[in-house]
Structures are given as structure tokens and as C-alpha cells.
Design a protein around this ligand. Structure first.
Ligand code: DSN
Length: 426
């Protein structure tokens, strides 16, 4: 049997025209504007085919060879392939592909490593951390005693001396590094040494940059961490979902923490789509792409700086940049709204020591995974910086003109169909 029974858009259009319209409008939205949200990307047609496949029907609680349902031979094979690919790509001793998201992966990592009430040392959210790194509105801040470390005010870089001092003072059971809006490389060895000094586990939340690790564009946390938690849909360009990598002695604890402790049935269409993305990430063209993501981000940060939007830390080593709009007298919230009206999707973001509340914020975060997948390069990044600057300063009439310029630019680099890998230099 080699017939694929997959997405049938005409059937959707007939059966549910309202949702069909949403799907088409969203495709237009993604293709019609500049997607600069640092945590988004455009997945390949192969990933989308698996997500829309009949694997979505299968219940498979458990792990390959040890399921609580019959009929799991094919999904076992998909999960085993994905695990083997992730182990090869990252040099990991053990991999769990079942977390439904990055937050689910982090919850399972906590469950495997610490007990409620334990002390966790992690980056403060306003300094670049994540909700699951101890925010009071999240399980991590409610069930664990979190001590937050911050960046230095003068350099806006992680203050490793402060991290060590806090670790010695509070003796955490778990140290977390990894961030959502920190544009620089993280010194994993320094964190490992600090964790070892106080007898703590080290978890690296690599959700944002694991795709850069896969593409060999930034150093890997895998040799240093007890557990690496990730998402699969950011720079890595796979389906939405999570993944955990760990050392062999923690394998059983991690697996039990994912299922049955924090999750039930895995989403096997997503697990198989992760396997597809992991194969794509091992190809030579993915390395070209990952390096280009960083070059684009650096060009975009430099372009924003030239327009009076100060890059936090002075620039970036990764796929994202954080720009401080204070000198322009525009809040992050207003900038996000104006940019959206001009067809430029980005997000407001707190900057370190931000005087504004998070819902207003003094900065914007921009990321280059999506535009790099589309085929844009440094020259276009300089154009984009100019378009962002114009939008941030613009009134309603000018926003329409900027939106026209954005449409003209993206029409030369359509997202779907994506550019063929043959067209890139590898
Ligand atoms: N929401 C993601 C981000 O945009 O950074 C992190 O979970």
C-alpha cells in the first residue's frame, strides 16, 4: 500500500468553509508579511505532510516496544527513527521526543530532577528567562523556591559572579540556564562548574537555540548539561513540540517524568514530524541555513542600531536581537502595534532593568529564522531595519505605504513554496 491519505483541502472547504477560510487567510498572512518573531519558522512540506497524516489517529501511551495499546508497530518505528536521529545529531546519550511543548518538556525535567519546595536557580524573566524558570504565575514559581539571577547593568551580559554567589548562598538543587530574549552565547561550562560546586543538577533550556546547535552555528550544551530541554519548532524548523536530551543515568527518570507523570498519550503525528525535521537538520544545507540565521540577525541588529534602536548587549551571537526603543520615545507595545499594521510581525519585549511593565515594555525582540528560511540575506536585513524604523515612527497614513513596501519585499521571497535547497550555497 503506497497511497497517502492526507490533507484534502477541497474536502475541508466543502465540509467546513469557515475553518478553510481561516487556513487560507493564515497562509496569506504568513506569506504577505515579514515574520520576525524569534520563536517561529516555516516548516517544510515534508513536516506538514506528516502532521496532517493518519498518524494523528493513533494512541500510543508508553514507549517503543512497551506501549499500552496494540497496533503500535509503525509509530514505534517513527519514534525510534526520531530518537536515533536526535542522538546522532546532538551526540546525546538519551532522547525523549514526546513532550507536547517546551513548557511540557520543562515540567517533566523539573519532575525528574527536583521535589516541590526545592530551590531552583534560574534567570529572571525580565532579564531574558522563561515563564517556566520560576515565574510566580507558573507551576515553576508556585511549586519551587526560585532564586533569580540577572544580567549586569553595565554590560547586559549574564553576571556569572552573581550566579555563583547566589548558588553558594542558596544551595539550589537545580540550576537552569537558557533564555528567550538573551541574544548572546551562554557559557555552559561556567554554569556546569557552579552547579558542581553546590551539588546541583544543570538543566539547559535550549528551546530557542537548539536549531543553531544542530546547524553547528553555536556551541552545544549537551556535553555540559544533565538535561537539555528544547522545542522543535523554532530555529530547528520542525513541528510545534518539545524534546528532552539527557545523560543515560537519568534516562528512566526523564521518561517516567514525561509519561506517565506529566503527560498521557503522545502525539504520534508530531513525534514522526520531529523525526522528519531531525533528518532535515542533519543535511549540509541546514548548516548553511543556521549560520545564515546568525549573520542575518547580526545584520538586522546593526541596521536597527543605525536607526537609533539600541541593541541590548550591543549586538547578537544568535538568531535574535533585542532592541531598546527608549531613545525613540516609543514603547515596545506601540512599536509592536505599528509594525503589525505595516505587515511586520515582532513582539514587544522587556529589556533588562526595564522601567515599564511587561505588557508595555521598552523593547522589541526580532528573530531571523523565518526570513532566513524564505531566502532573505544581509542586504534585505538592512532594508528590514529601515522598514521597522519607519513603522515605529510612523502615523497611520505612512503605515499603509510601509505595508506596501513590505509586500513588495516578501513577494520576491515567497514563504510556500519554500526556496529549493539547491538554490543555497552549501
Ligand atoms: N513563547 C516562546 C518565545 O516566543 O520565546 C517561548 O516559550
Amino acid at each position: 500500500m503506497d497511497t497517502f491519505w492526507g490533507p484534502d483541502f477541497d474536502a475541508l472547504r466543502r465540509e467546513d468553509p469557515e475553518i478553510a477560510e481561516v487556513v487560507l487567510n493564515e497562509l496569506d498572512r504568513q506569506r504577505g508579511g515579514l515574520q520576525l518573531i524569534a520563536s517561529e519558522n516555516f516548516t517544510s512540506p515534508a513536516v506538514l505532510a506528516v502532521l496532517g497524516s493518519t498518524l494523528a489517529n493513533k494512541y500510543a501511551e508508553g514507549y517503543p516496544g512497551q506501549r499500552y495499546y496494540g497496533g503500535c508497530a509503525e509509530v514505534d518505528r517513527a519514534e525510534e527513527l526520531g530518537i536515533a536521529r536526535a542522538k546522532d545529531l546532538f551526540g546525546a546519550e538519551h532522547v525523549n521526543l514526546q513532550p507536547h511543548s517546551g513548557a511540557s518538556a520543562n515540567m517533566a525535567a523539573y519532575a525528574a530532577l527536583v521535589q516541590p519546595g526545592d530551590t531552583v536557580l534560574a534567570m529572571d524573566l525580565p532579564h531574558g528567562g522563561h515563564l517556566t524558570h520560576g515565574s510566580k504565575v507558573n507551576f515553576s514559581g508556585k511549586w519551587f523556591h526560585t532564586v533569580g539571577y540577572r544580567v549586569r547593568q553595565d554590560t547586559e551580559l549574564i553576571d556569572y559572579d552573581e550566579v555563583r554567589d547566589l548558588a553558594l548562598a542558596h544551595r539550589p538543587a537545580l540550576v537552569i540556564c537558557g533564555a528567550t530574549s538573551y541574544p548572546r552565547l551562554i557559557d555552559f561550562k561556567a554554569f556546569r562548574d557552579i552547579a558542581d560546586e553546590v551539588g546541583a543538577y544543570l538543566m539547559v533550556d535550549a528551546a530557542h537555540f537548539i536549531g543553531l546547535v544542530a546547524g553547528r552555528a553555536v556551541p552545544s550544551p549537551v556535553p555540559h548539561a544533565d538535561v537539555v530541554s528544547c522545542t522543535t519548532h523554532k530555529v530547528l524548523r520542525g513541528p510545534r513540540g518539545g524534546m528532552l536530551l539527557c545523560r543515560e543515568p537519568l534516562a528512566a527518570r526523564i521518561d517516567k517524568a514525561v509519561f506517565p507523570f506529566t503527560q498521557g498519550g503522545p502525539l504520534m503525528h508530531a513525534v514522526a514530524a520531529k523525526a522528519v525535521a531531525l533528518r532535515e537538520a542533519a543535511l549540509p544545507e541546514f548548516q548553511w541555513y543556521a549560520h545564515q540565521v546568525v549573520k542575518n540577525s547580526q545584520a538586522l541588529a546593526a541596521g536597527l542600531a543605525a536607526e537609533g534602536m539600541r541593541p541590548v548587549t550591543g549586538g547578537t551571537d544568535t538568531h535574535l536581537a533585542l532592541a531598546d526603543l527608549t531613545d525613540l520615545g516609543v514603547t515596545g507595545r506601540d512599536a509592536e502595534t505599528r509594525c503589525e499594521q505595516a505587515g511586520i510581525m515582532l513582539n514587544k519585549n522587556a529589556i533588562p532593568f526595564d522601567p515599564e511593565k511587561a505588557s508595555v515594555a521598552s523593547g522589541i525582540r526580532v528573530g531571523t529564522p523565518s526570513v532566513t528560511t524564505q531566502g532573505l540575506r544581509e542586504g534585505e536585513m538592512r532594508q528590514i531595519a529601515g522598514l521597522i524604523a519607519a513603522a515605529v515612527r510612523a502615523g497611520p497614513a505612512q503605515l499603509r505605504e510601509i505595508a506596501t513596501a513590505v509586500s513588495a519585499l516578501v513577494s520576491e521571497f515567497p514563504a510556500y513554496p519554500l526556496p529549493s535547497p539547491d538554490l543555497v550555497d552549501v
